[in-house]
Design a protein around this ligand. Structure first.
Ligand code: S3P
Length: 435
């Protein structure tokens, strides 16, 4: 239970790089493990979530070496080479780990049990157990379709044509992953397009797949070939600094080589609509969307109605957007974001309550909030053990009139273990009060 104190007056300057993308790091391990041959992953996120996924595959017989931090050499066992884990698979805090693993494990000859921490154990799993069940999998859950997931082995899976009820890359990915082990064709369509890393990585590892925004189709019965992966810096980690530099007067910060995949970088669009001064440098594309340096300078922000179509493209960035909105002029209106209620915490209630504790005026709606911008004061808030709430309140504290204490920050290590060092390096004022 780490308590942090964010002190006002930060000015963000210089050039920093945030760690590797969490979504791509999880998937790199999974596809490399299931491939024939050896893959080297560079830029792997050394977070608790992604390390849990690596440990899961190690427990299923995959040799994974770590010659230096941020590098994994994965000796793939082939699509049919996983072995029974012999123990529960602990996904920690990671919804991505658990839901994607459920898809992989549904098609194995052996049974397995997926467990998680207190937050993950409260997250809805019916969204994956239902389509996987339709494919022929048998997965038992705790009451309310919550973890642990007991996945029965030896089930013959059938391909499925499935329309996801919510825009969720995790659900789409779980179904596509089970489709690798199924007889016939599996097709997923989505109400709004979500990140397509599962699709692009399957293609890169040589599995025949057709896909476009909002749909994907593949068949079982192929194999994956090893390949090396360079993981770009995580836009979702960069987001805290984009917002902090935008709201802290005098800031001029460059974030190095950030992944700007259009299904991930919706916050850029929202911040620009609010008046943010963000410049994107020359870009390259190594298969996960554009990667570029991003320069952000302080600019006064104004409230906006967040366009509905940008919501899935910034689904992980609402906590930091709420922080930005709380000090913008006017009101920011968020709607159509009910998925925020089932993330690592209820992020609508969590951010509304944390921001209110430091003087903000936030009115909740079932699927969003109205955030009335103004001045923030000091105070004490609870991150609810949610990494993105903790980091967003550090950002807000930089422009409060007095320090903001944030309880329960240890979970920042799930996605961004070096956050405090990067924050300090670029001029944010934050210290650790207790462990
Ligand atoms: C992720 C998908 C999103 C996102 C999560 C990572 C992924 O979840 O919030 O942080 O890697 O597929 P949903 O699919 O539940 O929206």
């Amino acid at each position: 239970m780490s308590t942090w104190r964010s002190r006002p007056g930060g000015v963000l300057r210089g050039v920093v790089r945030v760690p590797g993308d969490k979504s791509i790091s999880h998937r790199s391990i999974m596809f490399a493990a299931l491939a024939d041959g050896t893959s080297t992953i560079r830029g792997f996120l050394e977070g608790e979530d992604t390390r849990a996924t690596a440990a899961a595959f190690a427990a299923m017989g995959v040799r994974i070496e770590s010659p230096e931090p941020g590098v994994r050499v994965v000796h793939g066992v082939g699509i049919d080479g996983l072995r029974a884990p012999g123990q529960d698979i602990d996904c920690g805090n990671a919804g991505t780990g658990m839901r994607l693993l459920a898809g992989v494990l549904a098609g194995q000859p052996f049974g397995s049990r997926l467990i998680g921490d207190a937050s993950l154990s409260r997250r809805p799993m019916r969204r994956v157990t239902e389509p996987l069940g339709l494919m022929g999998a048998r997965i038992d859950t705790a009451s309310g379709a919550m973890p642990p997931l007991q996945v029965h082995g030896g089930r013959a899976l059938q391909g499925i044509h499935y329309s996801t009820p919510m825009a969720s890359a995790q659900v789409k990915s779980a179904v596509l992953l089970a489709g690798l082990f199924a007889e016939g064709e599996t097709e997923v369509t989505e109400p709004q397009p979500t990140r397509d890393y599962t699709e692009s990585m399957l293609q890169a590892f040589g599995w025949p797949i057709e896909y476009g925004p909002g749909w994907a189709r593949l068949s079982g019965g192929h194999r994956l070939q090893a390949r090396d992966i360079d993981v770009p810096a995580d836009f979702s980690s960069a987001a805290f600094f984009l917002v902090a530099a935008s709201i802290c007067p005098g800031s001029d910060l460059t974030l190095r080589q950030v992944g700007l995949h259009p299904r991930r970088s919706g916050l850029l669009r929202a911040l620009r609509l609010m008046g943010a001064d963000i410049e994107v440098g020359a870009s390259t594309d190594a298969g996960f969307g554009e990667v570029a340096d991003v320069r952000v300078r302080y600019a006064p922000l104004r409230g906006i109605d967040v366009p509905q179509d940008v919501v899935p493209d910034m689904i992980d960035e609402f906590p930091s957007l709420f922080a930005a909105a709380s000090v913008a002029s006017g009101t920011t209106r968020v709607r159509g974001a009910e998925e925020l209620r089932v993330k690592e915490s209820d992020r609508i209630a969590g951010m509304a309550s944390a921001l209110r504790s430091v003087g903000a005026h936030v009115v909740e709606a079932p699927d969003g909030a109205d955030i009335h911008g103004g001045a923030l004061e000091g105070g004490e808030v609870d991150s609810l053990g949610d990494h993105r709430l903790a980091m967003s309140m550090v950002v807000a504290g930089q422009v409060a009139s007095a320090p903001v204490k944030i309880r329960d920050c240890a979970n920042v290590a799930t996605s961004f273990p070096g956050f405090l060092a990067v924050a300090e390096q670029c001029g944010m004022r934050v210290d650790v009060l207790a462990d």
